[in-house]
Write a protein that binds this ligand. Structure first.
Ligand SMILES: [Zn+2]
Length: 150
C-alpha cells in the first residue's frame, strides 16, 4: 500500500542515510494511524470502504469512504502534508522539498474543493491525532449526513 507521498521521495539527488531512513520510516508509519482510525471507527459500528477514489478526477484515494453519506476521510501524514506541529523541511534540497510539500498541500485543497463541489464532505485528520477522537468525529459527520436509512 503506497503512502500519499510523491513518487520519488528520495528527492533529486541521493540524501544522507539518516534522512533516507527518516523518510522511509515516515512512509511506513503513514499506515499505522490510518489503521488505528479505521479500527476505532469499526468499533463504533461504522462500516466503510477503504482506499477508493471518491470521484473520477480526484487522484488521491480516500482512506475511508462512506459512499451513501458521501463522506471521504483522509488521514494525512504529518511530514507529507505539512502538519503545523510536526511539519519539517529537510535541510538537503530544501527548495525542492519546499516546492514538493507545497504541491501536496495545494493538491489536498484541490481535492477538498472537488469533493465539496460534488456534494461530498471531505474530512481530514493528522496522523498524530487521537484515533478514537477522530473516529468519533467521523461518526458524528456520517450521522449528520443521514445514515439513518442505511
Ligand atoms: Zn503532526
Amino acid at each position: 500500500m503506497r503512502g500519499p507521498g510523491p513518487p520519488h521521495p528520495e528527492g533529486p539527488v541521493p540524501l544522507s542515510p539518516v534522512i533516507r531512513s527518516r523518510m522511509q520510516q515516515q512512509r511506513r508509519r503513514d499506515t499505522v494511524p490510518e489503521l488505528a482510525i479505521r479500527s476505532a471507527a469499526w468499533r463504533l459500528g461504522l462500516r466503510y470502504r477503504v482506499h477508493l477514489s471518491p470521484l473520477p478526477g480526484v487522484r488521491r484515494r480516500a482512506d475511508l469512504i462512506f459512499p451513501t453519506e458521501r463522506v471521504a476521510v483522509y488521514v494525512d501524514g504529518c511530514f507529507w502534508h505539512v502538519c503545523p506541529i510536526h511539519g519539517t523541511l529537510p535541510r538537503n534540497n530544501r527548495d525542492w522539498w519546499a516546492a514538493k510539500l507545497e504541491a501536496n498541500s495545494r493538491r489536498d485543497a484541490d481535492t477538498d474543493s472537488c469533493l465539496r463541489a460534488a456534494g461530498w464532505m471531505p474530512l481530514r485528520f493528522w496522523e498524530h491525532e487521537d484515533a478514537s477522537e477522530a473516529a468519533q468525529a467521523i461518526a458524528t459527520a456520517v450521522k449528520s449526513r443521514g445514515s439513518t436509512h442505511r
